[in-house]
Design a protein around this ligand. Structure first.
Ligand SMILES: [Zn+2]
Length: 268
């Protein structure tokens, strides 16, 4: 009798532990599914759109072709706020989210890129240098920035004077990050919560200061795709400059991305 009870207990124990193993496997399968479903956001990084063939530029024709391609491929341009909310799981992002960014705030963003973005109904984000805004002829004016903001363009901070932050003492880093934020907020009348590090250089210390001062995220020039594993203060981007950027090169720069096939972008 005792032997039978012992065997029954043993069988029961095996069944229970089997259920536990099954549960833990199911858990890990769920986790994998969740990772697979987490948003992947392509963030493009432009500087200038003009036909002078400089290291920071793409030509008008190249830019037009690239925007048309993204549009025809069903990509939906999003804002930094949407990227943030999407990564936090607060909103469902579109199936093919793309964040188009420009650094520095060059005048050609207004004269050349803006009309093309409007033509295709696309959003973009420009990280500007407020101490240069309306001061140097090659940079946009406050009126131009305001007009763009009424037409689908988001303006954010690229620091006050575009220094290499890593070379500055803390008080100057704080001034660069905070004064640019304040100046942009005063002139544009809305919160400035995203930053692009000048020259892309950053470290955890600088990221900490940015977070302290009320920024919600910061973009680097670290080559990669933004997903749930990204650090909000070290967001990856794909560089699209150094003319000529042919469509072949454009594809190659975005080709490494994991969900490449799903976007229908083929390496040629
Ligand atoms: Zn810059």
């Amino acid at each position: 009798m005792l032997k039978k009870i012992f065997v029954l207990l043993l069988v029961f124990g095996v069944i229970l532990s089997g259920i536990e193993v099954y549960k833990s496997r199911a858990q890990s399968v769920d986790d994998v599914a969740q990772v697979m479903e987490s948003p992947k956001i392509l963030v493009l990084n432009y500087h200038q759109v003009q036909n002078k063939n400089t290291s920071l530029s793409v030509s008008l024709e190249e830019f037009d072709t690239q925007m048309k391609y993204l549009k025809d491929s069903g990509c939906v341009t999003i804002t930094p706020d949407e990227l943030y909310a999407g990564l936090n799981g607060d909103i469902d992002l579109p199936a093919k989210p793309v964040l188009i960014t420009f650094d520095d705030g060059y005048l050609d963003n207004y004269t050349n890129a803006f009309p093309i973005l409007k033509k295709y109904g696309m959003h973009a984000t420009i990280f500007v240098i407020p101490a240069f805004t309306g001061v140097y002829p090659n940079y946009m004016t406050w009126d131009q920035l305001k007009e763009m903001e009424q037409n689908g363009i988001t303006i954010e901070s690229h620091t006050l004077t575009h220094p290499k932050l890593e070379e500055l003492p803390d008080d100057e880093i704080r001034t660069e990050l905070l004064n640019s934020k304040n100046m942009l907020e005063e002139n544009l009348g809305h919160p400035i919560e995203f930053l692009a590090y000048p020259t892309g250089t950053y470290n955890l210390h600088i990221a900490g200061i940015a977070q302290d001062l009320g920024y919600k995220g910061a973009f680097t020039i670290k080559y990669g795709i933004v997903d749930s594993g990204s650090n909000l203060f070290a967001l990856e981007r794909v560089p699209i400059f150094h003319s000529p950027v042919t469509m072949k090169e454009f594809f190659e720069r975005i080709a490494w991305r994991q969900s490449f096939d799903e976007f229908g972008w083929l390496k040629k």
